[in-house]
Design a protein around this ligand. Structure first.
Ligand SMILES: Cc1cc2nc3c(=O)[nH]c(=O)nc-3n(C[C@H](O)[C@H](O)[C@H](O)COP(=O)(O)OP(=O)(O)OC[C@H]3O[C@@H](n4cnc5c(N)ncnc54)[C@H](O)[C@@H]3O)c2cc1C
Length: 522
């Protein structure tokens, strides 16, 4: 049997990928050894950009029912006193959605699977494992082991390896990873508080050098605890319920002083060594690594899964364009370049966060407390602790030469979610395509741009978003374009900025920029 696409692994990244490519109509096979969803909540946090991706998939109505915003996090010192309280709820979030929301991973995965099975073009093979891969330039030959331990053969044009941290595909293709050497041992615990106790949903980072601890109520009565492992801990008994409750004891009252120590259910506990690993290449011939197969990071920023979803979103428009003969195959080279740059930045941020919260030495911890105390008065210094990162594509399909601008490579701000035009939110209005936004219409620039021969590649996706446009009701877009001196911009199918032009020679410059883009795409 031959498929356009084989997705290896049906964890959360595989399931998002199946939906993204399923929606495009490609014949797809999904291979996953486990029959059931792994009923262990690992990821608990999404950011705003990830929610924009769900919106583009048409999933946000359902996903908004299973997420809870995180308002902030309180950093406490070893005496339990607040050092700094970080507010994560912005009045004007850049992506429209809350920048930090919590969810339960198995519930999320169940939803993704319920959507994926709606696509007749996807064959989902649960109980199947990939055991061999021959990755040629023109075709991929795969050997699968089915539920009866029999081998089956399939071929496909593209392999999307979403097979997790121990990726079989990554190893089979001999793709090495860079090790950031930031390993840290933590015990992660999911705890269900008895229904009769209403819990305080404040989140705490307890920066006690003797036992760095995180307490994060997730959704409902579910609380995530994380305890850093000390060098003198007995590893044999570390995950025993008795030991875990002992570690919970000094802080349990923060959830509700009435909760008795032995009440509630420990849903699971697991000792992890958190790594920072980044594959040297996310591609070999027509095989691509996504999610944990491509990168692993300490979970302190709650970004591992978010970045896996962004891998998929980045690859989807490029690969779809190549399969449909809209784009030249060379754009597929930019997948590694674009994604690696961002993931490297995020891993380093997560490491910084881990160092800040996880110090186990009195002296460093005291310096940290002093720094955080000062930083609470100088918000700029708190940036490493915030989730709102200025993620930016530095190399790839962006203009760096013609009209360099700080916003080239960043995602365009999303106006308030209360604003709709033609019953569409901003991203839905723009569509998953390249397009032009014109902000300055002096001398009918908008019409002149539409007349350009080059701008035909944008079809109807040329929009005038001037001061009076409905999407400027909250002034977010106009403020952004003014601050960055932008008269018009070319945006990408993933809502990132390809390039911008200033207020002089707008039409001419957009023409030049479009020609540059055409050279890169076609
Ligand atoms: C404690 C903890 C907390 C975290 N918190 C967050 C968070 O808050 N936010 C966030 O974004 N991320 C978080 N992460 C990271 C996140 O959980 C992972 O990045 C994410 O689950 C990875 O998904 P994946 O689909 O890439 O891999 P996996 O979930 O590992 O899925 C891989 C799948 O591939 C299958 N597979 C393996 N080998 C084969 C084969 N040979 N053939 C076919 N299939 C195969 C496996 O069975 C598995 O189902 C956290 C991680 C941990 C450990």
């Amino acid at each position: 049997m031959h498929y356009d696409i084989a997705i290896i692994g049906y964890g959360p990244v595989g399931a998002v990928t199946a939906n993204l490519f399923g929606q495009k109509g490609f014949s797809t096979i999904v291979i996953e050894p486990k029959e059931e969803i792994w009923d262990i909540p690992r990821a608990v946090h999404f950011d705003g950009q990830t929610q924009r991706i769900f919106q583009s998939m048409g999933f946000m109505d359902e996903i908004s029912k299973i997420i809870h915003p995180m308002e902030g996090i309180n950093f406490l010192n070893n005496k339990g006193k607040s050092i700094v309280n970080i507010n994560l709820k912005l009045d004007e979030p850049i992506n429209g959605y809350d920048e930090s929301v919590f969810f339960n991973q198995p519930i999320f995965e169940r939803f993704l699977r319920s959507e994926a099975i709606k696509h007749k073009n996807i064959d989902i093979k649960l109980g199947y494992k990939l055991t061999d891969i021959e990755a040629r330039q023109s075709i991929n030959n795969l050997i699968l082991l089915n539920t009866n331990n029999e081998e089956e053969y399939v071929t496909c044009d593209y392999v999307l390896a979403c097979d997790g941290a121990n990726s079989f595909v990554r190893k089979a293709l001999n793709i090495e990873s860079f090790d950031y050497k930031c390993d840290q041992d933590w015990v992660v615990v999911d705890y269900q508080v008895d229904d009769k106790y209403k819990i305080n949903t404040d989140r705490y980072q307890i920066c006690d050098y003797k036992r760095p601890t995180t307490i994060v109520p997730i959704t409902g009565q579910h609380v995530r605890w994380e305890f850093k492992v000390n060098s003198d801990d007995n590893l044999e008994t570390l995950e025993d319920e008795k030991n875990i409750r002992k570690m919970m004891q000094p802080h349990l009252w923060r959830l509700n002083p009435e909760i008795p120590l032995h009440s509630g259910k420990l849903l699971r506990s697991s000792a992890y060594t958190f790594h920072g690993l980044l594959a040297n290449n996310f591609r070999f011939n027509n095989c691509y690594l996504l999610g944990d197969a491509a990168h692993q990071m300490p979970p302190f920023l709650g970004q591992g899964l978010c970045q896996g979803i962004k891998d998929s979103y980045n690859l989807c428009w490029k690969l779809s364009g190549v399969i449909n003969n809209t784009f030249n195959k060379k754009i597929l080279d930019t997948y590694t370049v674009e994604r690696k740059g961002i993931v490297d930045f995020v891993i380093k941020g997560a490491m910084k966060q881990g160092d800040i919260i996880g110090s186990q030495d009195w002296f460093t911890a005291t310096l940290r407390d002093i720094y955080l105390n000062i930083a609470s008065y100088i918000p700029r210094l708190l940036r490493p602790l915030k989730f709102q990162k200025p993620w930016k594509i530095k190399n790839g399909i962006i203009d760096k030469e013609l009209f360099p601008n700080d916003v080239n490579g960043v995602i365009i701000p999303h106006p308030s979610l209360n604003i709709k035009v033609e019953n569409k939110l901003f991203d839905q209005f723009l569509g998953n395509n390249f397009g032009i936004l014109v902000f300055d219409n002096t001398n009918n620039i908008y019409d002149e741009i539409k007349k350009l021969d080059s701008s035909k590649i944008f079809k109807d996706h040329i929009y005038l978003i001037d001061e009076d446009h409905e999407f400027n009701k909250d002034k977010k877009i106009s403020r952004w374009s003014t601050e960055n001196n932008i008269a018009a911009t070319i945006y990408r199918p993933d809502q990132h900025i390809y390039g911008c032009v200033g207020h002089e020679n707008v039409v001419n410059d957009i023409d030049k920029l479009t020609h540059k883009l055409i050279d890169e795409l076609i």
